[in-house]
Design a protein. Structure first.
Length: 96
């Protein structure tokens, strides 16, 4: 079964309030066995205009596990904590 990734590009509008989202989303990640591949950090555009802000990439053992994380009560609480403080663009991507 192929791994799956959740890729997010986040435009943080309120960095102070965003810390609560980070705290609650970390709980959800740990509860669902997410492997954190990227969580913030400097990035460099090599081609085109990707419009990247804050990049997050999580690895899961399967598409079903990634979806279970996203739909979980823990991550639902994180999404509520994020309302009005960040613009999220997120994709579920099947990988190797």
């Amino acid at each position: 079964m192929p791994s799956a990734y959740i890729f997010a590009n986040v435009d943080v509008l309120d960095p102070v309030a965003y810390e609560e989202y980070r705290r609650v989303s970390t709980i959800a990640m740990k509860a669902h066995g997410a492997e954190v591949c990227i969580r913030g950090g400097a990035h460099e555009t090599l081609e085109g205009d990707p419009g990247l802000q804050r990049v997050v990439m999580l690895k899961f053992p399967s598409k079903e596990a990634a979806r279970a994380f996203y739909d979980s009560p823990e991550y639902t609480a994180a999404r509520k904590a994020r309302e009005g403080i960040a613009v999220m663009r997120m994709a579920l991507i099947e990988g190797a």
